[in-house]
Write a protein that binds this ligand. Structure first.
Ligand code: GLV
Ligand code: MN
Ligand code: MN
Length: 412
């Protein structure tokens, strides 16, 4: 089989999708179910149909573009990623896996490859947690990790439920039908930028992921007492933001204290109420994001943070409430998919290293229902979740080529 990736087509599609944004290019902001997200979805569906794929969309907006195999009843081989983007993001996160997956399928078709098993491109809904607070919404639901009842109750910052928002965006089927039947996938592979600096630093073009770290996230709500910034004397204050400042540093300390490179913790949101120059903050909401490849160590850090909350609350006479949003287990990639990726890299004489994914991906949840693997390509200085995120055309092409080869192997 003479497999050839059309690099110009793929790169120009990544550029074109990057221009469908709520922000001025090169900034990509594409929050789930906004106009930009819906325009991007329509654009992708048209590309999939042009490639001769049959497109189905489920009630939460996961999109499946299928190439029927000679045995249409066989479990499919899946590939794909997400097209939603956090505020102020770049154009490669998720998109390389979606458009790279589409290009891999087109390359296989153009090479005359006859799949036995169907090959299905997935575009997952809301891998990013921006709108509903929980990441990997679509893959959590299709894997049965998040129930339809729990999902329907999720609310965005305007207080609108997922149910209202998705119906208004045109996805009005039954949420309970999102969960896939057991055995739907024979295997799943996701191509993604590394979102870290290791491949670039080592000058290695490909990383074969062996383990995906365990993410946990929570809201921490601190309540103190407000008042006049001039009138309330310092000894009488219960300033929620001062307590939050201590807590942010405790989060950092807890993550550093494990001494493990794989432990990371971030406070990315700090909302201050009432948010006036001359008013003592009475309430603060902090977001908490903790990850580790080792579940017990991750939970140990969560425990340290809970104890820090108690100590700070007592010391400063404020209340601190933690609302856990998710606490997921890590995943091991499937040896058969790792093997298929390795054989494909060798066939094309491409050097590669085993890697851990410290970012989470839809693959974390697909791995609960199917043998799953991931392929990483380098990105400039490891930048991601920022507008200057960049992956070089050569690397994107190599990723799509190895993905195509791997899909062929798994679908035969
Ligand atoms: C995914 O975007 C993550 O935050 O790991
Ligand atoms: Mn992301
Ligand atoms: Mn991503």
């Amino acid at each position: 089989m003479n497999l050839a990736i059309d690099r110009e087509r793929l790169v120009s599609e990544i550029e074109a999708l990057g221009r469908i944004s709520e922000a001025e290019p090169p900034v990509v902001t594409r929050i789930v179910f906004t106009q930009a997200d819906r325009r991007a979805r329509a654009w992708i569906i048209a590309k999939c149909k042009e490639a001769g794929l049959e497109v189905r969309t489920d009630a939460v907006g996961n999109m499946f573009a299928r190439w029927h195999g000679s045995d249409p009843a066989a479990p499919a081989v899946g590939t794909g990623s997400h097209i939603d983007a956090i505020p102020n993001a770049g154009k490669y996160d998720g998109v390389v896996g979606v458009l790279g997956g589409l290009e891999a399928i087109r390359a296989l078709k153009e090479a005359g490859f006859p799949p036995k098993r169907p090959i299905e491109l997935l575009i997952f809904t809301s891998e990013e947690p921006t709108r509903f607070g929980v990441g990997c919404l679509g893959s959590r639901m299709l894997s049965g990790t998040l129930s339809a009842e729990a999902a329907a109750k999720l609310r965005d910052a305007n207080g609108e439920s997922l149910d209202e928002v998705r119906c208004r965006a045109g996805f009005d089927g039954e949420l309970r039908n999102v969960k896939l039947a057991p055995g739907h996938y024979h295997a799943f592979v996701e191509l993604h930028i590394e979102q870290g600096p290791l491949l670039e630093r080592e000058k290695i073009p490909l990383g074969i992921v062996e383990r995906i770290a365990a993410p946990a996230s929570a809201d921490m709500i601190l309540e103190g007492a407000g008042g006049h910034a001039g009138g309330v004397l310092m000894p009488d204050r219960k300033d929620a933001l001062c307590a939050a400042a201590e807590l942010v540093l405790e989060v950092e300390r807890a993550a550093r204290s494990t001494g493990a490179a794989d432990t990371v913790a971030t406070v990315g949101i700090c909302e201050v109420f009432p948010g006036a120059v001359n008013s003592i903050p009475s309430r603060v909401r902090l977001s908490l994001d903790v990850r580790d490849t080792d579940l017990a160590r991750r939970d140990g850090v969560m425990g340290d943070i809970a104890r820090a909350c108690e100590a700070i609350a007592q010391k400063r006479d404020v209340s601190i409430r933690t609302e856990l949003l998710n606490a997921d287990a890590p995943a091991d990639c499937a040896p058969e998919v790792v093997q298929a990726l390795t054989v494909s890299c060798r066939k094309h004489k491409l050097s590669h290293i085993p890697m851990v994914s410290r970012a989470y991906h839809d693959s974390l949840f697909v791995s609960r229902i199917a043998p799953t693997g991931m392929l990483f390509i380098p990105c400039l200085q490891g930048y991601s979740h920022r507008p200057d995120e960049y992956a070089a055309p050569d690397d994107i092409e190599r990723g799509a080529l190895v993905l195509a080869e791997t899909l062929a192997k798994l679908a035969s």
